[in-house]
Design a protein around this ligand. Sequence first.
Ligand code: SAH
Ligand code: SF4
Length: 343
Amino acid sequence: MNKLIEKASEEHNLTRDELITLLREDALNEEIFAAADKVRQKYVGDGIHLRGLIEFSNFCRNNCCYCGLRRDNKNIERYRIDENTIFQLAKHASENMGLKTIVLQSGEDMFFDCDKLCSIIRKIKTLGVALTLSIGEKSLTEYQAYKTAGADRFLLRIETTDKQLYLDNDPGMNWENRVECIKNLGIAGLEIGTGILVGLPKQKTESYADDILFFKNVHADMIGIGPFIPHPDTPLKNAKGGDLKTALKVMALTRLLLPDINIPATTAMETLAPNGQIRALRAGANVIMPNITLTEYRKHYELYPGKSTTGYTPDESLKDVKEKISALGRFVATDFGFHLHKI
Ligand code: SAH
Ligand code: SF4
């Protein structure tokens, strides 16, 4: 085995230069994927955790240049799902679909203030599920209130550790503040989920190495890596976009360096290639997030075009995911899938 891959598999540490070497060398890709698969099996096993995703609002105050929900996009119909419907979706996911984690995701929608969110969190927690939020940048006090109400985890991608690239693509936002928010998740006692986009214009190989070291540095509990897919109603509509191979490589190296965390095979990977998620599950991933939003809303939650779950009902999404899992000889995990600190 290549010496660096061997070192990463055994010590779970690489320097920035070593990471860059592996990221640049495409002849080693299959070896990196196989090593990540092995480390995944050793630390988190063959069970795949399913997290039911509810996209409850597509209103957003931000203007991220890559995202179809950005506030300047006037070509989308905005929606909010009311509290009771959100609860009914979560109930169906828990009681009929057997899902153990509910993920509530939205744009940064000020309508759902702290009180409203805490009320929804408390209601969903009566179902006996784990709850993840993915609703953007909030204050430490708010993160603490969500935790007190029963939230367990929070996803907030850093998007990129290249500060200039972040500023170029997230106008009006502040990179240091985003880092602070990610650290505050941990202070509030929430599991920290973060991650990046791969393939933004001018994103460099060196910065992927920094990203992976950043994940270690903030003690991430989960990492989501998504190839950037250009959206026609955004300033980046003519960009080339990310490729699956690079996204898989960054993901696999993340598994080697953070062996016991949770890593989803992301929907954006599946959108780029019909076997994207399967390839991810064989290169370090151990989580899938089936979409359980009602079909009528899904088409309006267009972070990027062609999202692979658009048009399916929650039950169809689940069936599709379960078929993929059994085809791989893996199984749906029956526990909550918290980060079990094994190193
Ligand atoms: N508003 C919240 C959560 C919803 S956006 C937030 O920003 O944290 C969730 C993720 O979608 C973002 O973190 C971003 O990485 C991803 N995303 C947005 N636009 C995308 C695109 N064009 N291609 C791929 N992923 C995208
Ligand atoms: Fe809003 Fe999140 Fe999209 Fe940025 S990535 S515009 S914060 S929904």
